[in-house]
Structure formats: structure tokens, C-alpha cells
Design a protein around this ligand. Structure first.
Ligand code: C2E
Ligand code: CA
Ligand code: CA
Ligand code: CA
Length: 279
């Protein structure tokens, strides 16, 4: 299908930026992706922060969207989520993701947490409360097992609406976490204003632990601040033993990252969710 054209400007004009053209093609493909069963979810473990991986018990998983394009192969979520956001496709896609993640988690023998990302458009413009409510009923997932990740910055767009939405979500019994903390325009008043259960420290700070004393100070401060506000702290992007040790020392609550486990199809984590007799 040809995208909207105005006057003599058409999608196929040579001066058209290749990237824009590419985005349009991706958008057309994306609108078929759900229907064609090209979307799937990978799951990445979240574990309590202890000094060794063996001691760091897995307490839940984050669901991460994957798109296997028939020609291009895997398209990273960083490429297709923004397109879905701009085009409004995120509503349908986000609904599929939430339903699939909740359905999957409800089938696990162990009652672990499941964290699902909500995109800004999905959060601010869709009926997110109604959707979460109906999916919980439909899948039978206990609300206390669902955690919704919202990036900082989203709520500030419309403070009153953001606050009302968070409160209504929490009234359903689900938990909300602030994703990518420190990567955007977060402020301390922001943390105080919104009733988050959890802060996810952005990978950018965790990455430099051990090499950069400023990162250590920031992580230490965020842990103290979050705990002072009654929130729990998860560090993202933990890749080394050194980082894990530091986070455990600093009383960070949980960790997520390649050092604990990479995002993978749930089959790879059968034992962790209680599907086999493995330890
Ligand atoms: P995010 O929510 O911050 O997700 C964490 C990202 O960090 C994931 O990238 C994950 O694969 C990656 N990661 C985890 N551990 C490590 C590590 O130790 N080292 C490094 N270098 N990376 C690590 P991914 O899956 O490519 O997703 C990128 C972003 O796309 C996500 O960032 C999230 O903002 C968005 N996204 C992914 N899935 C969904 C979804 O289902 N819905 C929405 N709305 N957004 C999604
Ligand atoms: Ca996330
Ligand atoms: Ca994150
Ligand atoms: Ca991120």
C-alpha cells in the first residue's frame, strides 16, 4: 500500500529520505505482524541482589517484545516500538503484549512476578486501567504478581492524569515501577509526587560501576532515596561480578542483567518457573 501523498510528493520520490521510507515500510509490515504471529516475548530474570549469582534467587521476569520479520529477521524493540507509538499501533500491540505476558505467567507453577513495559502512548492515551483489569480477570493472574514499568517523564506530560492513573492501577492491586530512572528528566519531587513501588536504576549508571566513582555515588544515593520513600530498587544491566557485589553491598533489592540471565524464550527458563524438577 502507498502511504499518504500530498500534491506531487509521493513515497517514491528519490529525494525522500531513505530512513523515512524505511520507517513507512516497517510500519506497513508492523500492522500485519500481530495478525501473522510474528511478535513474541522474551523473558529476562530479575533476582534478589546477593554477592553471588547462585545466591541471587530469581523472583520474577521482565517481558520484552520481539519481532521476527519474515525478511529482515529480528527487528529490535528500540526500532519498532517507537514506530508503533507514533502510528497508534501500540494500542493493539501493547494489548497483545500484556495479555500474552499475563497468560504466560499465570501458567507457571511458581507464583513469580511478571513485569510488563507500558509505552507512553499506551499509558497516557489508552484505557490502560480497563485493559489491565480485564486481562487480569481473563488470565486469572493474581494482581499482586503483575508489575507495570513506566518510563520516567511520561507522567509529567499531564501530571493530574498521570497521578490518577497510577492510583487507579494500584487500586487494582498491581505494582508500578519507574523504568530507566536517571536517564531522563527525573527530579526528586517527581519521585515524591508519584506512588511508585519500585525504581529501576538505568543501565547507564550500573555500567560504569567499578570504573567511575560518580556512578557509585549516584547508585548509592538512589538506593538511599528510594528506600527512604518506601520504594524498592532494581539495578538494570548488571553484567559483571563486580557490579553484582557492589549492588549487594549497597543494599540494592534486586538485579537484572546478562550476568543473571539474558532475555530468552520462556522455555529456556522452565526450571526457574517451576516446570521441571531441576534445582
Ligand atoms: P528496557 O525496558 O529498559 O529493557 C531493558 C533492555 O536492556 C532490554 O533491551 C534488555 O535486553 C537489555 N538488557 C538487559 N540486560 C542487559 C545487560 O546486562 N546489558 C545490556 N547491554 N543490555 C541489557 P531490549 O529487549 O532491546 O528492549 C529495549 C527497550 O525497548 C526496552 O528497554 C523498552 O523500553 C522497549 N521495549 C521492549 N519490549 C517492550 C514492550 O513489550 N513494550 C514496550 N512498550 N516497550 C518495550
Ligand atoms: Ca523495562
Ligand atoms: Ca529499563
Ligand atoms: Ca532502557
Amino acid at each position: 500500500a502507498k502511504a499518504k501523498s500530498r500534491g506531487s510528493i509521493s513515497v517514491y520520490e528519490p529525494e525522500m529520505d531513505a530512513q523515512i521510507r524505511d520507517r513507512r515500510v516497517l510500519h506497513q509490515d508492523l500492522s500485519l505482524a500481530i495478525r501473522n504471529g510474528e511478535l513474541s516475548l522474551h523473558y529476562q530474570p530479575q533476582a534478589v541482589a546477593r554477592h553471588t549469582v547462585a545466591e541471587s534467587e530469581v523472583i520474577g521476569f521482565e517481558a520484552l517484545a520481539r519481532w521476527l520479520h519474515p525478511v529482515r529477521g529480528f527487528v529490535p524493540p528500540g526500532d519498532f516500538i517507537p514506530i508503533a507509538e507514533e502510528s497508534g499501533l501500540i494500542v493493539e500491540m501493547g494489548e497483545w503484549i500484556l495479555r500474552e505476558a499475563c497468560r504466560e505467567a499465570a501458567s507457571w507453577p511458581k507464583p513469580l512476578q511478571i513485569a510488563v513495559n507500558l509505552s507512553p502512548a499506551q499509558f497516557m492515551h489508552g484505557d490502560v486501567v480497563g485493559l489491565v483489569h480485564s486481562i487480569l480477570i481473563e488470565t486469572g493472574l493474581a494482581p499482586g504478581r503483575l508489575e507495570l514499568e513506566i518510563t520516567e517523564g511520561v507522567l509529567i506530560e499531564d501530571f493530574d492524569r498521570g497521578l490518577a492513573l497510577l492510583r487507579r492501577l494500584k487500586a487494582l492491586g498491581v505494582r508500578v515501577s519507574m523504568d530507566d530512572f536517571g536517564s531522563g528528566y527525573s527530579s526528586l519531587s517527581y519521585l515524591q509526587a508519584f506512588p511508585f513501588d519500585k525504581i529501576k536504576i538505568d543501565r547507564a549508571f550500573v555500567m560504569h560501576l567499578g570504573r567511575n566513582p560518580q556512578s557509585a555515588s549516584i547508585v548509592r544515593a538512589v538506593v538511599g532515596l528510594g528506600h527512604g520513600l518506601g520504594m524498592s530498587i532494581v539495578a538494570e544491566g548488571v553484567e559483571t561480578q563486580e557490579q553484582l557485589g557492589f549492588l549487594a553491598d549497597e543494599d540494592c533489592d534486586a538485579v537484572q542483567g546478562y550476568f543473571i540471565g539474558k532475555p530468552a524464550p520462556i522455555g529456556q527458563y522452565s526450571a526457574l518457573v517451576g516446570r521441571t524438577n531441576a534445582p
